[in-house]
Design a binder for this molecule. Structure first.
Ligand SMILES: [Zn+2]
Length: 225
């Protein structure tokens, strides 16, 4: 589960210097819970303090059923209350710029206890990678395998495109641009009649998908040869 619908853009990764992953919702500012759990803490920002616990700004902390703490920080709006039970995907609030933040984003942090020394990478509790890039949820869309086409399409297959529509996601309604030239099939998953391509063969099937994948094209645009 990812916190935003559509594109989740990782702008800052988890490290010894940064306790969480910073994510910008490019298509939606609404933040969903990435786990089941209970709202364990709601903190409101005083509007000025940028240090201590106030550095997190408007903050929601969720205690997961297996005892981990998930921090959703810098929110513009909080849509849950302390003690509230959450299911994965339930709305927590709106992305914002409160606390010690420069530009609207979500600081997603995970801990195995309450102390900062128990921080773990949020990539261990949700489907975001600890690498800068763009991640999209594909689990919520219907994944169909068009066998008439897929037999001819295989992972890593070289394709030549001649001014073909390229989309940023499997569900984007408008094409981002036209692509021509040599590309490779990223994997053999057909989602909503589209398939991902990459411009570099060495990125075929590699994680993270994010920026290494050029985009999505309609399988109908792939001509068999
Ligand atoms: Zn951060």
């Amino acid at each position: 589960m990812l916190p935003f619908k559509g594109r989740n853009r990782v702008t800052q990764i988890f490290s010894t210097k940064h306790g969480g992953i910073d994510i910008v919702g490019d298509d939606s500012t609404q933040i969903s819970s990435v786990t089941d759990g209970t709202v364990d803490l709601v903190q409101f920002w005083d509007g000025k303090t940028k240090s201590g616990s106030q550095s997190y700004g408007n903050l929601v902390r969720v205690l997961t059923d297996d005892g981990k703490y998930i921090y959703y920080a810098h929110l513009a709006k909080i849509d849950v209350a302390k003690g509230q039970k959450l299911k994965c995907g339930d709305i927590i609030g709106i992305m914002g710029n409160s606390g010690n933040s420069f530009g609207a984003h979500l600081h997603l942090e995970a801990r195995t206890g309450k102390k900062t020394s128990t921080r773990i990478s949020p990539s261990q509790i949700c489907s975001i990678e600890n690498t800068k890039g763009i991640y999209c949820e594909t689990d919520s869309v219907n994944i169909t395998t068009d066998t008439s086409k897929i037999n001819a399409i295989s992972k890593g297959m070289l394709i030549e495109l001649d001014s073909i529509d390229l989309y940023v996601s499997a569900t984007a309604s408008n094409a981002a641009c036209k692509k021509s030239g040599t590309f490779y099939i990223y994997d053999a998953r057909v989602v909503n009649g589209r398939i991902r391509i990459t411009c570099d063969k060495s990125y075929v099937g590699r994680k993270p998908v994010g920026r290494f994948v050029t985009g999505w094209i309609n399988t109908a645009d792939i001509s068999e040869n």
